[in-house]
Write a new protein. Sequence first.
Length: 82
Amino acid sequence: MRSVGSDFMLSRSAGDFKTSLQYWHMNRIFTAKPVLNESFIKSDPTERIFAVEGEDLHHLYVQIYHNVSALRPLPYFGTPTI
């Protein structure tokens, strides 16, 4: 995979997400190598990740990143217990 910058990486699917779990991601699935033309650039959003599909529904697309760290005080001399 080609890295474009130090903080950016191209999106990709790997492992089972390329085959049996492809309904869990919204990447485009090609049967052959794509050609860069108007149909490639045209947006064709998918709804295969939702349990219920339809035009009347409101969907929420979210990408969440948690970076949690905690400082916990430890005793200098611990008392071993079972």
